[in-house]
Design a binder for this molecule. Structure first.
Ligand code: AKB
Length: 318
């Protein structure tokens, strides 16, 4: 089957890179990028791009029918930090947008597969903190986490009730150089590289030793594509797959960045995001994802740091 793929949230941190990767695989004309705002020139000029609001269900269904879309990647969301500032709006945006996608996928015959990102935020303070299992206690205490857990249950429901092939990953903090993250608790791990390069110093909003799980964006893109290309018979999880990654605290980034920029200095001023971070796991058991569809981590902290500085310096200089 010739796929026709729609990306919602193509201007975002994941969308901007996933769009390019999918266009390389499926051809630029077959990957339709959409967002409520303008995306990077690479995304907007590299294939079809349209301004589209996923909250507008009529516009959404019209687009999907008109372009005979076969797969949808719905990546738009309000992340953990911002969701705490605007709880009702975040709940509405995160949940209604997902419901719109599930309904469109159920109603439009051409759509045979959907990707929706979950997050490590589905876990909470009562979850085992280390090597968190796929199936475990889930009592999130953030608005974002509650919306992701509810979303996972809706995905599993649509799979069972309507046989919808919807796939999901519980992403850890993602580190990338193309598009900065926005409004998340793990964002410090992206900011620190940009600030280190520009100012040689960074004030971190997470305390020195608070560990969280992370992944370099190329590994996250690779995982997403692997999951979406896997034969349906191997998919055993219809909520969200745990994936393993790197367990890192701000102090680890500090030492690693000092290797490249010896004069780099980091200070700490933890804010409300520190409280969020403390409720999340520090490491994840991703063995089900590895068994079902071959998830693997290729980049460690050192390899990632070298690429981050190489790319940031290409764009902004030293
Ligand atoms: C956030 O920090 O909110 C996100 C996430 C872990 O889902 N990066």
């Amino acid at each position: 089957m010739k796929e026709k793929i729609m990306i919602i949230g193509a201007a975002g941190q994941i969308g901007s890179e996933l769009t390019v990767a999918l266009r390389e695989i499926y051809g630029s004309r077959r990957v339709f990028a959409t967002d409520i705002k303008q995306a990077s020139p690479e995304v907007m000029d590299g294939g079809p791009f349209q301004i589209l609001d996923v909250m507008n269900d009529k516009m959404l269904i019209h687009f999907v029918i008109q372009n005979k879309i076969t797969q949808i990647y719905h990546l738009a969301a309000v992340l953990s930090g911002n969701a705490e500032k605007f709880p009702t709006q975040a709940w509405r945006i995160n949940m209604e947008s997902l419901m719109n996608i599930l309904e469109v996928a159920r109603m439009v015959e051409t759509v045979h597969r959907v990707f929706w990102p979950s997050s490590i935020a589905v876990f909470g303070p009562t979850t085992p903190h280390k090597n968190t299992p796929q199936l475990t206690v889930m009592e999130p205490t953030t608005v974002y986490g509650i919306s992701k857990l509810a979303g996972e249950r809706w995905c599993a429901y649509f799979n069972k009730k309507h046989d919808l092939d919807i796939r999901s990953i519980r992403y850890p903090g993602l580190i990338s150089y193309k598009t900065e993250a926005g409004g998340g608790t793990t964002d410090y791990a992206v900011e620190v590289y940009f600030k280190a390069n520009k100012n040689k110093r960074y004030e971190c909003f997470i305390s020195e030793n608070t560990k969280m799980p992370f992944l370099f964006m190329p590994d996250a893109i690779d995982a997403t594509i692997k999951l979406m290309q896997a034969d349906r018979k191997y998919i055993s999880i219809h909520s969200g797959y745990n994936i393993g990654g790197l367990t890192l605290a701000p102090i680890d980034f500090y030492h690693e960045i000092k290797r490249v920029i010896p004069e780099f200095e980091m200070t700490y001023k933890p804010d409300f995001r520190e409280d969020i971070a403390r409720t999340w796991p520090e490491s994840i058991d991703g063995s089900t994802a590895t068994k079902d569809w071959g998830f693997e981590v290729k980049y460690d902290l050192t390899a990632m740091t070298d690429i981050m500085f190489e790319e940031i310096r290409k764009k902004y200089g030293e």
